[in-house]
Design a protein around this ligand. Structure first.
Ligand SMILES: *Cc1c(COP(=O)(O)O)cnc(C)c1O
Length: 370
């Protein structure tokens, strides 16, 4: 039996007719970049997240970069974030010639630890980027309290967490900006790259709209030096079709996570395999189902031989990346992130998995641990 980490072709069957009709209509209209279709999608995301404004752009990475640009982050500024995330979380800071400052994670959720975050802040802290990793919100109660007290804006990296909630409020609705990605492997994935910034601040929304189009608010007049980072109409119509099903995708992922908990329990493996911790305040949307295991790399090889696809998110923490050597962080600086590098393993959790496939994954792990 084959259980890939992600199988986009299965899910496509359910939406094929609707998506293909929408794409065909867009092609015939010869609609390409931004325009009404993208505006409609922006409104739909704003409503879904529960914010006033949503500004579409070319990727999740650009959503982060545009947000920091809109907040005026630049040389001499520090931005505090987690060392345990996808590269873009810190890359956007360095690209603006500001300094990434890292704060270690909560070992249970892999999300930034608010106590560590507060200790890492300084008078030079211009912004804070919590990441809602794997589809579970960081502790936004504590983070918003710390940052509001100091008047520091929060940029949420919600690339993996569209639809996730913390105490009932949606990821992307807490901070000055919420950043989303529509990379195909995210819970709402397009037919290529795409991104979105959400905000309740009308001034920031205006600036973000300018910055994604070279910094101009009127044609050929530029108030800022921006970039070219826009969303295509074809992506917008595809994403609209999938957005209408997003809640059912989340349900599928959450159902699979529950099934894993039951199956690992039945197999007597919960002493060996540490299952993801779901905080009581969180509605987790399981973009990834990440377990912690001993002998991770050999288990991964064995699973591959047994037809099970897995991935390591992330094998090298951000403070240990070669390009950030100049920041001066030694190995050992963030022991919780470094422990997660060694023992975390993402298992297949996509919505269309069958009970037989889930059972196979758990049996394959049981076979390895004997
Ligand atoms: C995917 C991702 C991004 C970047 O999004 P892209 O659309 O691929 O540019 C940023 N941060 C996190 C945590 C991500 O998972």
């Amino acid at each position: 039996m084959k259980v890939p980490l992600l199988d986009l072709k299965v899910g496509y069957q359910d939406i094929k007719a609707e998506v293909e009709a929408a794409v065909l209509e867009t092609m015939r209209a010869q609609a390409f970049i931004l325009g009404k279709r993208v505006q409609d999608f922006e409104s739909a995301i704003a409503a879904y997240v529960g914010v006033e404004h949503a500004v579409a752009c070319a990727s999740g990475s650009d959503a982060l970069l545009l947000s920091l640009m809109a907040l005026g982050v630049g040389p001499g500024d520090e931005v505090v974030t987690t060392p345990y995330s996808f590269f873009a979380t810190a890359g956007c800071i360095a690209r603006l010639h500001a300094t990434p400052v890292f704060a270690d994670i909560d070992p249970e959720t892999f999300n930034i630890d608010p106590g560590q975050l507060e200790r890492a802040m300084s008078p030079r802290t211009k912004a804070v980027i919590p990441v809602h990793l794997f589809g579970q919100c960081a502790d936004m109660t504590a983070i918003m309290e710390i940052c509001s007290r100091r008047g520091v804006p929060v940029v949420e990296d919600a690339a993996q967490a569209l639809g996730a909630r913390w105490r009932g409020e949606a990821a992307g609705a807490f901070g000055a900006c919420g950043c989303f990605s529509f990379y195909p492997s995210k819970n709402l994935g397009g037919f290529g790259d795409g991104g979105m910034v959400t905000t309740n601040d009308p001034g920031l929304a205006l600036k973000l709209r300018a910055l994604r189009a070279h910094g101009g608010t009127r044609k050929y007049t530029y108030e800022h030096v921006g970039m070219n980072s826009r969303l295509d109409a074809i992506q917008a119509v595809v994403l609209q079709v999938k957005l209408r099903r997003l809640e059912s995708y989340h349900e599928g992922r959450r159902r699979n996570a529950e099934a894993y908990r039951r199956l690992f329990g039945d197999a007597g493996l919960t002493g060996t395999v540490v299952l993801p911790v779901e905080r009581a305040e969180a509605f987790h949307v399981y973009n990834q189902f990440v377990v912690r295991v001993p002998d991770r790399d050999r288990l991964r090889d064995s699973l591959k031989q047994q037809g099970v696809g897995t991935e390591v998110y992330y094998p090298l923490s951000l403070h240990r990346q070669p390009c950030f050597e100049g920041l001066g962080y030694a190995t050992g600086a963030f022991p919780r992130a470094e422990a997660a590098e060694r023992d975390s393993l993402a298992l297949p959790v996509y919505p269309e998995l069958t009970e037989e496939q889930l059972t196979h994954v758990v049996s394959a792990i049981a076979a390895f641990f004997g």
